[in-house]
Design a protein around this ligand. Structure first.
Ligand SMILES: Nc1ncnc2c1ncn2[C@@H]1O[C@H](COP(=O)(O)OP(=O)(O)OP(=O)(O)O)[C@@H](O)[C@H]1O
Ligand SMILES: [Mg+2]
Length: 289
């Protein structure tokens, strides 16, 4: 299953979209709140129920011990987002000043996420990477979790269909494209939040990157996901969650196609390539969940 990193030029709904995709996922899912500016889910949706003793910051300390300690810390710092524990969260930083401590942890964390996604059955892995910060037209090494973007299957720039959102996205899209082209291994796409006059076709054409999914404007559900409050009845049927289910399906279908293409280019023997690709396709075409 894919590792999908969400980011934005400026506060477009990255955290809300990441939560919606995680909660709507067709299978077990993990959301990593990797926004260097600090996490908001702990004090938002989770209403402060998870204290600072849990979260991504502790992975930096564990990583100093070694990769195995990091892997164990990753697993032990996940908190459930639902009663069954099928959707889990690695809560973000409580203090933006802690971001520099994670400098060397992003890369091994990216490897853990890839293993989790490739596992059988794999997890849907979502990463909230916050707003993009560029440093002379490259991803900033501390103010963005750049290695997570480089290792992802998909990097989705979240944009709204408004003039303001498009104008800001236009400034970051070229450097992002260039940096991922040089260092990344995945595909770059857009996740459209359907606010404003510009539709998917127009937004994709303006930014020169395909819109891979779209989420409806759904103020009530978004307010609950960002601010928490009384648990919402029928949340899974809300427009935002329904939209996220459809968008997740598109991401998954594209991931299957990408892996098929990678199988063909990476393996020398035709029979092996075909066998492996068909095996994956048939598995992915089967019942979900
Ligand atoms: N699909 C949506 N429909 C309606 N409102 C939305 C939607 N997505 C996000 N919002 C609202 O937009 C605001 C910003 O959302 P969110 O916090 O997810 O943005 P963000 O990109 O993570 O911001 P930041 O970069 O500051 O972390 C919130 O008030 C949220 O409720
Ligand atoms: Mg956010």
């Amino acid at each position: 299953m894919p590792v999908t990193v969400l980011t934005s030029a400026k506060s477009c709904g990255v955290t809300t979209a990441a939560l919606a995709l995680t909660l709507a996922s067709a299978r077990a899912s993990v959301l990593v709140e990797a926004d260097p500016a600090g996490g908001t889910i702990r004090t938002g949706l989770l209403q402060g129920q998870v204290d600072a003793g849990h979260g991504i910051y502790h992975l930096a300390t564990a990583h100093r011990v070694g990769q195995e300690a990091l892997t164990q810390a990753f697993a032990s710092h996940l908190v459930p987002l639902d009663d069954a524990g099928h959707r889990q969260l690695l809560p973000g930083l409580t203090d933006p000043g802690q971001a520099a401590a994670l400098d060397r942890t992003w890369e091994p964390l990216g490897e853990i996420l890839q293993v989790l996604a490739d596992d059988d059955p794999g997890y849907d892995v979502l990463v909230d990477a916050g707003r993009l910060t560029l440093d002379t037209r490259r991803l900033h090494p501390t103010l963005t979790p750049a290695p997570l973007l480089y290792a992802a299957d998909f990097v989705l720039l979240v944009v709204r269909g408004t003039d303001q959102s498009l104008a800001l996205a236009q400034h970051v899209i070229e450097p992002l494209k260039a940096d991922l082209g040089e260092h990344g291994s995945g595909a770059l796409g857009l996740l459209l939040i359907e606010e404003g006059p510009h539709g998917a076709h127009q937004v994709g054409a303006a930014l020169g990157v395909p819109v891979i999914g779209a989420l409806p404007w759904d103020a009530d559900t978004a307010a609950y996901l960002t601010g928490g409050g009384k648990p919402r009845r029928g949340l899974s049927r809300a427009p935002l969650l329904r939209g996220a289910r459809t968008a997740g399906g598109h991401i998954e279908a594209l991931a299957a196609r990408r892996r098929l293409a990678l199988d063909f280019s990476a393996q020398p023997d035709t029979a092996t390539r075909l066998g492996s690709a068909l095996h994956r396709l048939t598995r992915q075409g089967g019942p979900r969940g």
